[in-house]
Ligand binder design. Structure first.
Ligand SMILES: [Zn+2]
Ligand SMILES: [Zn+2]
Length: 380
């Protein structure tokens, strides 16, 4: 009994004392030669080329400007502190926050923890060095939006945390871990939303793993239209936890239905062009017709099989789940869902949380045979 008690105590100790910092390239799609930085809370010191050059009071406002292409000049008000190749605002209080306003931006944004600034080709490069829980809160706001149920924010927090930890090597050649764009996850600084902050705190460290204790590819999309699809049908890779399932929770939600009208001529031209590069399918049409629309991965036309994922991109459709109705000189595509339809359906998950399901039930509904664990177990 005593041994078990000690083990439990030790694992709790490890879980709750470990903080993981991630390196995020912020404002990664902008170029700017100057940025204003002002500490907003906590305690900061400023290091230039790895040596302390200033202790920052909360009234300080720093102007940081590219100098001679790859050097950075730091000013506090009008006093030049010096020129460096690398700046590090290092927080050492219990909570450290600062404002940033690059010269390319209209508004300042609030960020947590540390920032490292370098210059490349005449532009500043800002790398936020941030506790993963602070980062997840900011990402949840961007990916889930405001005015959602707190239970849903917990779902999104676990997905975003899992995604971040599973993709830390994505930008290894660029000298950071994640960018702040859709390519990784959208991140625009901190959130003040109390529900998001609480949801992140209440799921602190929790991630999704598969049967081999590997972090999962926690794919999600806006609305599946009532039927999610297998990962292999979109990305050619079968993953046991990303399997097709019916979803009754999203079918009355805002992105559940769509329509697109094309002229009959444009539609036929498109099909003919696609078919010139294809061979006829030897399998009879009755086979393809028997697959429900939500599970189809090909559009069957005149003996040819056109991949629906191509059609979605090339015709700019909300989803691959649609039927085609001819109407004189026009063709109307009547569709359901929005997005790739693999993994978690956001609008379904929101509706589940509104009707009393908890975050664990929601995650298990969309991801098959997964477990929720604290990520510190994986890295010990
Ligand atoms: Zn990226
Ligand atoms: Zn759905």
């Amino acid at each position: 009994m005593k041994k078990i008690g000690l083990l439990v105590l030790l694992s709790f100790f490890t879980i709750f004392t470990r903080a993981t910092t991630v390196s995020i390239h912020i404002y990664s799609d902008r170029t700017f030669s100057s940025v204003i930085m002002a500490p907003a809370a906590g305690n900061y010191i400023l290091e230039g080329n790895y040596r302390i050059i200033d202790s920052c009071s909360l009234t300080n406002v720093y102007e940081i400007t590219v100098f001679n292409d790859s050097l950075i000049q730091v000013k506090n008000l009008d006093r030049v502190i010096g020129n460096f190749t690398r700046l590090h605002f290092r927080g050492y209080g219990p909570t450290n926050q600062y404002y940033l306003k690059p010269s390319s931006e209209k508004n300042k944004h609030l960020f947590n923890d540390d920032i490292v600034i370098t210059a490349e080709k005449g532009s500043l490069k800002l790398l936020s060095q941030i506790d993963i829980e602070h980062y997840v809160a900011g990402v949840v706001q961007c990916e889930a939006g405001l005015r959602k149920p707190k239970e849903y924010y917990k779902v999104q927090a676990i997905i975003c945390r899992t995604y971040a930890l599973n993709n830390l090597a994505r930008h290894i050649v660029d000298g950071f871990e994640l960018c702040d764009l859709v390519h990784c996850q959208v991140y625009q600084g901190e959130t003040h939303n109390p529900d998001i902050l609480q949801a992140v705190e209440e799921t602190k460290g929790i991630v999704l793993v598969d049967g081999n204790n590997q972090l999962i590819n926690a794919a999600f999309h806006s609305n599946c239209g009532g039927q999610t699809i297998n990962s292999e049908d979109v990305w050619n890779k079968a993953l046991p936890y990303l399997q097709a399932r019916q979803d009754t929770f999203c079918i009355h939600q805002p992105a559940a239905n769509w329509k697109k009208q094309l002229t009959l001529k444009d539609w036929q031209t498109y099909l003919t062009k696609k078919e010139t590069n294809l061979k006829k399918s030897p399998i009879p049409s009755s086979h393809w017709d028997s697959i429900p629309d939500g599970r189809k991965i090909y559009y069957y036309d005149n003996g040819y099989l056109i991949p629906l994922k191509d059609m979605r991109t090339e015709l700019n459709l909300h989803s691959t789940f649609f039927t085609v109705n001819s109407d004189g000189d026009n063709v109307t595509l009547i569709g359901r869902g929005y997005g790739h339809r693999v993994g978690l359906c956001q609008e379904g998950a929101i509706h589940m949380s509104q009707t009393g399901y908890n975050y664990e039930q929601i995650l298990h509904y969309y991801y098959a045979n997964v477990q929720l664990i604290n990520y510190s177990i994986l890295f010990n």
